[in-house]
Design a protein around this ligand. Structure first.
Ligand SMILES: C[S@@+](CC[C@H](N)C(=O)[O-])C[C@H]1O[C@@H](n2cnc3c(N)ncnc32)[C@H](O)[C@@H]1O
Length: 324
């Protein structure tokens, strides 16, 4: 599809208002747990979304480049999956970089990016609609970790899911199975899902990808506390926490933390949270998979594997799944 197409696609924004629902309760419960934790979805205020885009350009963050290489190498096959009467549903589609790549070879009828980061989602969806006026674009602001219904626009189209970036790795394996089952229900029987998965590799490569020399990932991790200060009337002193990323080889997972530099008390609205010196908040997991492990996971989530496409180093795979 190109900007010269003459049929004008539709544009409608659906706000399922996910951001504030239960946020305070969830954050406070996580901060009072024996091992403090905050879910990674809270990284993504507008600044968090922009910082993530900067991360994707860092020399150490090979994931985006490797996945884009796969899209380049197998563009024709991928284009065929999303062609003709398809509605492409992207989970975490706030930035339109990857859909733009798929639109070089495929022509879906409609595109539904689902994302929690409202302004970022709307800005990119509007720009995409402007650049591809023949494409119907239906951004949906929602939390994809909670069950939700897709709006009944584009109902005549075949649904194809798109979940790039190895974002599946942010779920613990058991939660990944639940998430995939929800997506299978969301998309319907026989539907396909194009999913990106980062493979296990040398620990130093994995660790560097989440702890870059310029400190952009540190800024992204610490921005979570700024987000809580703004939205939940918290008073985290950002300079009193530090970023940490470690590859846990037993779990096959890069784990990100914020470490308290000193003993301190923080208020989150009217709640008080005590930190011991060196105590951590666990902010993100990024599981890495051997492809055999990944196949077992997606089968448990209700999918079968149809194709596997890889980059030339075999670091990252794009897998085509079908709902059983
Ligand atoms: C790691 S980024 C990946 C972005 C892009 N899909 C890529 O492959 O590079 C995660 C994206 O998912 C969104 N996101 C994270 N958690 C979410 C949730 N629970 N519900 C909806 N969107 C979420 C973020 O706003 C962000 O756009």
């Amino acid at each position: 599809m190109t900007s010269s197409d003459t049929t004008l696609g539709d544009y409608r924004f659906f706000d399922l208002k996910p951001a504030r629902r239960n946020m305070h309760e969830e954050i406070v419960a996580g901060l009072h747990a024996a091992e403090k934790r905050i879910a990674p979805k809270y990284f993504y205020d507008e600044r968090g979304s922009l910082l993530f885009e900067s991360i994707t350009e860092l020399p150490e963050y090979y994931l985006t480049r490797a996945e884009m290489t796969v899209f380049d190498r197998y563009g024709e096959e991928l284009g065929a999956v999303i062609d003709g009467g398809t509605c492409l549903v992207e989970y975490g589609g706030g930035s339109s970089q990857k859909i733009r790549k798929l639109l070089e070879t495929g022509q879906p009828e409609a595109y539904m990016p689902v994302d929690i980061s409202k302004n970022h989602l709307q800005n990119n969806a509007r720009a995409l609609h402007r650049d591809f006026p023949g494409l119907s674009v239906y951004p949906i602001c929602a939390d994809f970790t909670q069950p939700f219904e897709l709006p009944n626009v584009a109902d005549g189209c075949n649904r194809v899911g798109f979940f790039p970036g190895s974002s599946i790795g942010n779920f613990d394996p058991a939660d990944a199975v639940t998430f995939l089952s929800n997506i299978a229900a969301n998309l319907g029987s026989g539907a396909q899902l194009i999913i990106g998965v980062d493979q296990k590799k040398a620990p130093e490569i994995l660790q560097a990808a989440y702890d870059d020399a310029q400190g952009v990932t540190a800024e992204f991790n610490l921005n979570l506390l700024k987000h809580l200060n703004e939205v939940l009337d918290a008073n985290f002193a950002i300079d009193e926490f530090s970023h940490e990323a470690v590859y846990n080889e037993n779990l096959g997972c890069v784990q990100m933390y914020l470490r308290s530099r000193k003993a301190q008390q923080v208020s989150v609205g009217t709640d008080l949270v005590d930190f011991a010196r060196d105590e951590t908040i666990h902010t993100e997991n990024s599981y890495k998979y051997h492809l055999a492990e990944f196949q077992t996971l997606v089968q448990a989530g209700g999918f079968t594997v149809k194709s596997i496409w890889r980059d030339e180093r075999d670091w990252f795979a794009v897998v085509l799944l079908e709902v059983k």
